[in-house]
Design a binder for this molecule. Structure first.
Ligand code: GAL
Length: 369
């Protein structure tokens, strides 16, 4: 019969190291290094997550070391996970092109990729913010790629500025500020809108949201980042229909993340201070077309005024848990882009109000309370 001490010794000697060797994690530690199944810090910045058949797939910008890492030298990295804590490297889902004349030529800027599944075409559709190589942030285009397999390889289709020639819709209740009359421009953001009307609206920070009815929307910073556009995608999700609304015009929102809860649409975004963090902002609306109500910063507590050092990228509904949404943000390190960190925090609801608090360490049981 072994003594209790002997058993404790055996646990320490064999079981703990075995668990450690497998790198099994069972919690989130926001802002810390997050190793994948190979022990390498996850490289999926400005990312989004899609769930399918028991697995989550995380897509994000693959960054390299140094300042050069702010340009796309590799492509979009994909990881998969069954439990959200432990991630398997699935490789590069969309590769940048060696062809210097390609829209996605190596050295372009390719940010905030988001993947959705189209039930009609049975294709995975990836949208991203694209800046052409050597042009800084001038091009301001939306890019799209598709694949028959969730983890790729994705084939690049096209990039462009959306909704050329289309005016925004103004459903009942639309605030006057969101309506534009190019014959009577009232402010700077409307000026940008009308300037870009013939060639299409600028499209920078973005997300894609699929509603319960299968309709998909591309949400992006337009008008020199002054206004968010909420734009409908075609049935196959690879183009814009021309139907869109302007959200919170002239108030410069970036980093949009959209989700739906109990029939209400929610959006979290940031201000526009480049890589530097700023206060987050959240909105809610009874319909995807609005009216979107601004509610201020969802973050509370120390460093809430800088979103705990991060910038929103996605809100993830947790499968199998009621009312469980994870706020995903990036803590950028532009001087050494590859070292960017991920800040994931649970969203708390009080009625229809949301709140995000800092936690050093947490796990999914917070949603069981
Ligand atoms: C941020 C934006 C990032 C990246 C960066 C470049 O505001 O959210 O995705 O574009 O600016 O300065």
């Amino acid at each position: 019969m072994k003594t209790f001490n002997q058993i404790k010794y055996l646990i320490l000697l064999f079981i703990l190291p075995a668990l450690y060797a497998h790198g099994q994690r069972n919690n989130f530690t926001p802002g810390e290094i997050w190793p994948d199944d190979k022990g390498v810090h996850i490289n999926a910045h400005g990312g989004g997550i899609m769930y399918q058949k028991g697995k989550y797939y995380w897509f994000g910008e693959h960054k390299i070391a140094g300042g050069a890492g702010n340009r796309a030298m590799v492509g979009v990295h994909c990881y998969s996970s069954k439990d959200l804590y432990n991630w398997k490297d699935e490789g590069i889902a969309l590769k940048v092109s060696e062809d210097t004349t390609s829209d996605i030529a190596k050295g372009c800027i390719l940010e905030r990729p988001k993947v959705v599944y189209n039930k009609k075409t049975k294709k995975y559709v990836m949208w991203f913010h694209l800046e052409l190589r050597g042009q800084g942030y001038k091009a301001a285009r939306a890019g799209v790629a598709t694949s028959d397999r969730i983890n790729g390889p994705y084939t690049f289709i096209k990039s462009y500025r959306p909704n050329a020639g289309f005016m925004p819709i103004s459903p009942a209740g639309t605030p006057d500020a969101e309506k534009v009359d190019c014959a009577n421009i009232k402010n700077r953001s409307e000026g940008f809108f009308c300037r870009d009307l013939p060639g299409g609206q600028m499209a920078r920070d973005m997300t894609v949201f699929v509603d319960d009815d299968g309709k998909a929307y591309h949400v992006f910073s337009a008008e020199e980042n002054a206004t968010l556009d909420m734009a409908e995608l075609t049935d196959d999700y690879t183009a814009h229909t021309g139907k869109f609304a302007r959200v919170y015009p002239g108030r410069s929102t970036e980093a949009p993340a959209v989700f739906k809860r109990k029939g209400t649409y929610y959006m979290i975004g940031s201000g526009t201070t480049g890589w530097d963090p700023n206060p987050g902002r959240w909105f809610s609306a009874p319909s995807i077309w609005g009216p979107w109500t601004y509610h201020g910063n969802p973050c509370k507590g120390l460093k809430a005024e800088i979103t705990f050092g991060g910038q929103s990228t996605h809100v993830l509904p947790v499968q199998g848990k009621k009312d469980a949404f994870i706020f995903m943000a990036d803590k950028w390190t532009p001087k050494d882009a590859i070292d960017g960190r991920y800040l994931w925090l649970p969203i708390k609801f009080n009625g229809d109000e949301m709140e995000i608090d800092w936690l050093e360490k947490w796990d999914l049981t917070v949603f069981d309370k």
